[in-house]
Write a protein that binds this ligand. Sequence first.
Ligand SMILES: [Fe+2]
Length: 267
Amino acid sequence: MYGAFTDQALLCQAYWDQYDRAVDRLSTIPRSPESDEYRETGYKVGDLDTAWVARFWQVFPRLPRMGFAAWDSLKGYFNGSFTEQELAYIDRTIGFRLITEEMRWVVAELTEALRPEISKRLLSPWRVLNTRIWSLENHDNKDGLLYSNAWHTDGLPDSVFKVMIYPHPIGPAEGTVKLRSKGEVKLLENSAPGTWLLFESSKLLHRGVYPEDQTSQRVSLELTITRSIDFDTCVYVAGNNANYPLYPWIKPANRPVRGLPLDEPPA
Ligand SMILES: [Fe+2]
């Protein structure tokens, strides 16, 4: 149980748990072999449509690079806190991109296309809480592995999940992700032009894997999603340090896209 609710995080967790049970009660999506398999492994990998991957690569080079900032989060979201060493690591190795309006349209096509694939695994409709795009940079690992490249779980409520989109083949050469499922470490490999991965990021240990090929650039599009009473596949962008809303009834609002990389807190 949750004790005396003196800690806001625990109270929020209790609301998220109640929300998850309400979604279960209201959902009409039936169990299936796909949902049973997902429940057992905690992840599902699928191929992306080749035409969508081509559209992504048309727009990606036009996305401005952004520095990471702890304040980069909508109000009403939980944020990460970092040591100076971690912040320096993130700046050197994670090349965040500004998600422009043009890219939001591209991502919206994808969230629409993935609606059924994801809902039949989660056994409910779903909605987007946050969207981030980054590339892995400086492959030398001279500082060791930190942040999303070190083994971790995300610490999100049970009804919040990650969908990772890799718009290129994944494997040791191209860069990929490792996760621990059913007691075994899996290094995900897929030779298709693009890959989507739905996974229980707060139950399965996982970490990013740099490409062995120094000329490869592992690019990630990350959707933080939650099970939901209704579908809402709008592409919400809550910030690079926005984890999830404090309460499940907080509706993310899309921030206007600024034309320049963020380099200072908004006035
Ligand atoms: Fe993670």
